[in-house]
Ligand binder design. Sequence first.
Ligand SMILES: Cc1ncc(COP(=O)(O)OP(=O)(O)O)c(N)n1
Ligand code: TZP
Ligand code: MG
Length: 210
Amino acid sequence: MKKFIEKLHFITHDIDQLTHTEQAQIACEAGAKWIQYRCLTKNDDELLEDINVIAEICDDWGATLIVTDHIHLNGKADIQGFHIEDMDADFTKLRAQLGEAVTIGGSSNTVEGLIRLAKEGADYAGFGPFRETTTKPNNAPHIGIEGYKKAMATLNQNGITLPVLAVGGVTSDDIEAIMETGVFGIAASAAINQAEDMREAYLTFYDKIM
Ligand SMILES: Cc1ncc(COP(=O)(O)OP(=O)(O)O)c(N)n1
Ligand SMILES: Cc1ncsc1CCOP(=O)(O)O
Ligand SMILES: [Mg+2]
């Protein structure tokens, strides 16, 4: 089933200055239509407490709510989908488990991973890291502008239309060059939620992407 996927995904994160709920509220008030609640530090009761509040905010503002991992919470709150960070996850099995209506996104550091995600029925993929990020430092090579161009050419040659989002260390100054590579969109956290003025930062991202 083809799903609507937004071009700008805002990812909440554990930061000192704003709670996940506050981040979702500010992003939605600034116009966000896609919130990924990424909290890997709370127990199920705490997660559901956050998710129920964020789901209401998303509902009020017409935003899609995606939860990072935690697929066991499917059906327990008004969640539209899940972003699965395990790059070895079997999306065919996940689809069978979660059903057609649930949006399922995956992550990859390679074009081969993107092809596999597309073949296994992921609805979209985060492809990164664009550059170094403190949100989740890892050892994967940075994709960079040339890497996105090459990957998008390979996907096109293979007839793959999976929506690919650049992710990891993206700032508003990168948006134009990234979008020119042919990727579908951008997912970002730190450059928005750690900005001095989060609303202003979200609006700058939005204006440059749309
Ligand atoms: C849209 C989106 N893309 C990527 C991620 C993070 O995925 P992850 O597997 O953690 O990526 P690496 O940092 O390991 O490269 C996400 N949450 N959402
Ligand atoms: C790459 C990545 N890994 C975990 S969340 C995430 C996306 C957010 O990265 P950033 O905070 O640099 O926008
Ligand atoms: Mg990962």
